[in-house]
Design a protein around this ligand. Sequence first.
Ligand code: GDP
Ligand code: IMO
Ligand code: MG
Length: 442
Amino acid sequence: MEVGAQFGDEGKGKVFDYLAADARYVVRTGGGPNAGHSIHLPEGLVVLHQLSCGVLRKGVVGVCGPGMVLQPFALEEEIRELERRGLLLGEVMISDRAHALLPVHEIEDAWQDDFRARRAPSSALGTTRRGIGPAYADRAARSGIRIADLDRPAVLRERLEMMYASKTHLTNLPPIDEMATRLAEVGGRLAPLVRSTEPVLWDALARGERVLLEGAQSALLDLDFGTYPFVTSSHPTSAGALVGSGLPPTEVDSILGIAKAYTTRVGGGPFPTEETGEAGEYLRRVGGERGATTGRARRCGWLDLVLLRYAARLNGLTSFAITKVDVLGGLDEIPVCSQYVMPDGSTVRDVLPAHADEMDRARPVYERLSGWPEFHAHLRERLRREGASALPTTLRRFLDHIAEETGVPVEYVGYGPGRDETLRLPPVAARPARTGVAAWSG
Ligand code: GDP
Ligand code: IMO
Ligand code: MG
């Protein structure tokens, strides 16, 4: 399985697409239209929001898993758009247990974040306003509508009435009759794609077929283990991927964490290595750091090993994919945060403070590693031809540093947005030793 190791937008889409080439099933395990996964195909850019990357590959089934909250109208449009472009080469399968995210959830999401912003601008989460929090809240309250319910008029009506009755503070909701009709219609159109997906995956594994679990969002946005309340409402961790797919832990043979060579974040919340001046602007410009879902400018900063160590332990990562190393090409030095110092003088290496405001007070301590050359066409060509042996030595050292400091080997390196701009490194014989970790004592 593959999970994001920072705050999202690590280049997961590109890495999933690369790995999907060898898979039979690729399963999106959580989130919904808040995700934006960009894949640069020879035919042009594709940004997937709800569909799994598997749908872009012939012979692969892209599953929208049971852990997702799906906006059915947007999902239908996403499928149609790929068909129009002739890019829907794989198959689409939708879990009957996934929940439907409705216009009422989108309205509620906006209402909630506006409410927070009015009380104090710094407490606004800056959600994607796609309705994620309210949809998961209704799921937990057992008033949610599952995808299979769209085809069951009595259940659909009962749940809609319950939902509307509990949201009387929202004044601009679409009329309930119209909503019920539109949902039943879209449910009918999607019905041929809807399945009980868990048995399909269990049978595939029993036949020895390869199943990839595709996480959206990332470790630091996890509802429980991220920077609460500045998080999403699902569990984008390896544990969450199991609940979100219905596969047991015993079936997992590797857990790949995807991280950028630097750090970005969209929306509010603590970000210890954020650079608000020139350096941040440089990363945003060269990295093209704009949200793939909302178009918002991403906040940018240097690589944070505290976050990677935390994500490694939380997820049980077996290897890393480090993306966007080309963006740092041409810099003399690359700052890398090795630990935080807290106001009381204690240090933090891999256990994050539980409260976002405490994390806000963390001061990053940097090591400065040597930079590597710019990624000109000549170097890209050599990397394509010769593979890992053509990596600049200083970049190799940067990757080794990540492995040594986190105890997790680097298996893949991304050096451009293109489908063929990912390298697999030779397998590491032994796991690098873990460095001593001092627990946070605040
Ligand atoms: P995701 O949400 O993790 O799938 O990431 P996004 O698609 O939201 O954002 C990642 C951005 O970086 C996209 O524009 C990708 O095309 C781009 N990208 C991915 N990997 C690389 C890489 O190795 N180098 C460069 N320069 N861009 C990359
Ligand atoms: P991918 O899969 C980056 C962030 C939002 C906001 C917080 C809560 O493309 O990496 P939500 O709408 O989920 O309630 O917003 O989480 N967020 C993401 N940031 N990439 C994502 O997905 C994100 N999905 C949610 O910006 O701060
Ligand atoms: Mg994204």
